[in-house]
Ligand binder design. Structure first.
Ligand code: SAH
Length: 407
């Protein structure tokens, strides 16, 4: 096994169990290692720190598999780690009964670069690091053993693979996808999961608890769901007793799934659901011009800032949509607003939203602080894993109506 020697002091974050070794921390590689190979990690004084996956193409030069220098990284290692990750979810009172659940959430499950989501009898994996790529077979075997699922499908087509020098890879790894659409039940609502063509692994599992909160807040309210994708928040709002739900997304294929999802749930009143294919930024302006008001608004935009480098432009976009949303709320209304941008922390996000409320001229208070569901844990030593943040904000008086256009 090759040895990765660190610069003096660069062992500190590893001793706190942060799993990443940046290129700048590496003094030299002793021996030869190919992408994904396991290397022994040594502090400058020669102390062994554990074993990591080597990734020469990435700024994250190595990711720790284990902080135990004596632990072999082999098939048995992956079997154990995957089994622990799956078992923990099975023992969790809220997760055990879910048909859609994230089984492995990368670093926080001790498996950097490995994502695995289960949708009923199908597991979808996404491998995003050179180390995970190297151990594909072991990971697939471990997932099959831990879940008993006969179908494992790969969706390794996320952009981050390029940073590791990896090509996209999609397709069946074990068994075959069923011919019929894949349906899961999420808290009483049936949802179609597009494993092959959908976003991420087909569905936004991380928002499960927040969709349920929407259901609980929606009774008797007129709801606006922006960036609705396949309608997860919309259908939960209907299930919770919303009087009307207007949902907006710019993607026609997403809205087609949303329409099918409504049909999969005959318990919901389709007359209360309205869908609009539009750019949210433009649609919010139009709604204000036409004097519309909503009692509950959901803003769950795509990742405006994938990294800190995009933060400034992203901040403007978040400010704009939140400002428009505040202006559309009826008195006493609630805005639930999210950011899944790793480049925008909770503190900054809260500041942006506060600025938007102030510009809209509304008094506002936080009534819920929101995050990803518990099958997306965050390593305490690696808080940058906390990408999804949200706030539920209630306003007092409504903002003033839009000035009448001179035309
Ligand atoms: N809330 C959803 C997930 C939202 S993902 C859920 O719970 O499942 C973000 C969505 O925003 C995608 O469906 C994408 O098509 C849409 N989108 C991205 N930019 C947009 C824009 N400018 N206007 C409208 N929709 C947009």
């Amino acid at each position: 096994m090759a040895k990765l020697h660190l610069h003096p002091g660069k062992e500190r974050s590893l001793l706190r169990r942060h799993p990443w070794i940046f290129a700048g921390s590496v003094a030299r590689l002793e021996g030869h290692a190919r992408p994904g190979d396991t290397v022994e990690v040594l502090a400058a004084d020669g102390r062994a720190l554990g074993r990591a996956a080597f990734s020469p193409a990435s700024q994250i030069r190595a990711r720790m598999w284990t902080f135990d220098p004596g632990q072999p990284v082999d098939h048995a290692f992956f079997k154990r780690r995957v089994r622990e990750a799956v078992a923990w979810r099975q023992a969790h009172p809220d997760l055990a009964r879910q048909e859609g659940v994230r089984l492995v959430h990368g670093e926080a499950d001790g498996l950097p670069g490995v994502i695995a989501d289960r949708y009923g009898a199908v597991v979808v994996v996404q491998l995003t690091s050179a180390g995970a790529e190297k151990w594909r077979e072991a990971i697939v075997a471990a997932l099959a053993a831990a879940t008993g699922c006969a179908t494992i499908y790969e969706r390794s087509d996320s952009d981050v693979r390029r940073l590791e020098g990896l090509e996209p890879r999609v397709g069946a790894l074990l068994g075959e996808l069923p011919a019929a659409p894949l349906l899961i039940e999420e808290n009483g609502v049936r949802m179609e999961v597009d494993v092959v063509g959908g976003h991420k692994t087909g569905f936004y599992l991380d928002q499960r608890d927040n969709r349920l909160l929407t259901a609980r807040l929606a009774a008797g309210r007129r709801v606006l769901n922006c960036f609705c994708y396949s309608g997860g928040f919309s259908l939960q709002a209907l299930a919770g007793g919303a009087t009307e739900v207007l949902s907006i997304d710019s993607s026609a294929p997403a809205l087609e799934i949303a329409a099918r999802n409504l049909a999969h749930n005959p318990q919901l009143d389709p007359a209360r659901a309205h869908w609009r294919e539009a750019d949210v930024f433009a649609a919010l302006r139009e709604l204000r011009q036409s004097g519309e008001r909503f009692d509950l608004i959901v803003l769950d935009p795509p990742k405006f800032a994938p990294s800190a480098a995009h933060a400034q432009r992203a901040a403007r976009a978040y400010k704009d949509i939140n400002l428009f949303a505040f202006r559309l709320l009826a008195a006493g209304g609630i805005l639930t607003t999210y950011s899944c941008s790793g480049g925008i922390g909770l503190e900054l996000f809260q500041k942006i939203v506060a600025g938007a409320a102030s510009d809209a001229g509304v008094d506002a208070r936080i009534v819920h602080r929101l995050a990803a569901a518990p099958d997306h844990p965050v390593g305490l030593a690696a808080p940058e894993g906390e990408y999804l943040k949200g706030l539920a904000i209630q306003i007092g008086q409504a903002a003033e109506a839009a000035p009448v256009r001179p035309d």
